[in-house]
Ligand binder design. Structure first.
Ligand SMILES: Nc1nc2c(ncn2[C@@H]2O[C@H](COP(=O)(O)OP(=O)(O)OP(=O)(O)O)[C@@H](O)[C@H]2O)c(=O)[nH]1
Ligand SMILES: [Mg+2]
Length: 241
């Protein structure tokens, strides 16, 4: 009884943290994605007052986060970047109450070939994966496909000791849709990724079009991911903070 009461207390007073891995080939836009999230969501430790002030300032200056981002110099990642944000849902749904008190901790890992062997070290601790594809880099779609397939088929997901990893959601983002040469979603799905999409059907996955630089599709992507993280909570518990 005490345990039940204590666990209920924890669930209602603490925030839930989900760990998300951001993966993809080099130059896909992973760090840009993370930097944009930092501009549009509050940091996990931002107070309510600071949050309200920031929202008011943004409204006043009509801050264009995309312009701010373009002024930043983002270098290729060697190692990792981490950020934790407070998730805020903009959608009213029957899940709205569950969308409260959620922190998302992101690990953005370097995508250069020599760095990819490090990725699997993080699988055990993650609740979800975001795989970013450069939709203009048609020459590397095959490499992208093979890399994603390797992740999906990594033995970590299927081993008995990691059975909680089985249904970890995989969100694929077809990035750089703002550029005219970007391949659209339908062509992506019917092209090199068709086999992958059907292979991943058994898992919890989705492919969405975005421009992480222009803030197109960012919030919608996180909404999908968080819905799936909550759905998978029975399998893979969040961390209570
Ligand atoms: N036009 C356009 N450019 C983008 C977009 N996202 C990222 N870029 C550009 O793509 C380049 C690479 O972006 P990064 O975020 O550094 O890529 P990354 O995936 O972190 O690369 P690594 O750290 O090497 O793995 C930068 O010049 C970005 O400005 C986008 O949505 N549209
Ligand atoms: Mg990077």
């Amino acid at each position: 009884m005490f345990h039940l009461a204590s666990s209920l207390y924890t669930q209602y007073t603490k925030r839930e943290q989900y760990n998300i891995l951001i993966l993809g080939l080099d130059n896909a836009g992973k760090t840009t994605f993370l930097e944009h999230l930092k501009l549009i969501y509050p940091a996990y430790n931002e107070s309510k007052a600071a949050s309200a002030k920031r929202a008011a300032d943004d409204e006043e200056t009509k801050k264009n986060t995309s312009e701010l981002l373009k002024a930043k110099r983002i270098l290729p990642t060697v190692g990792q970047n981490t950020t934790t944000i407070k998730f805020e849902s903009s959608i009213e749904s029957h899940l709205s109450s569950q969308f409260k008190n959620i922190n998302l901790k992101f690990w953005d890992l370097g995508g250069q070939k020599s760095l990819r062997s490090m990725w699997s070290r993080y699988y055990k601790s993650c609740h979800g994966i975001i795989f970013i594809i450069d939709s203009t880099d048609t020459e590397r779609f095959q490499e992208c496909y093979e890399t994603l397939k390797e992740i999906a088929h990594d033995e970590s997901w299927n081993s008995e000791e990691n059975s909680d990893l089985l249904n970890v959601p995989i969100l694929m983002l077809a990035n750089k849709q703002d550029l005219p040469q970007a391949v659209d979603l339908v062509s992506l799905k019917t092209g090199v990724f068709i086999q992958l999409v059907s292979e991943l059907e058994a898992t919890d996955s989705k492919l969405l079009p975005v421009s992480v630089l222009e803030n197109q599709g960012l919030r919608e992507s996180l909404e999908w991911l968080v819905t799936r993280l909550i759905y998978n909570k029975g399998n893979k518990q969040p961390i209570y903070k």
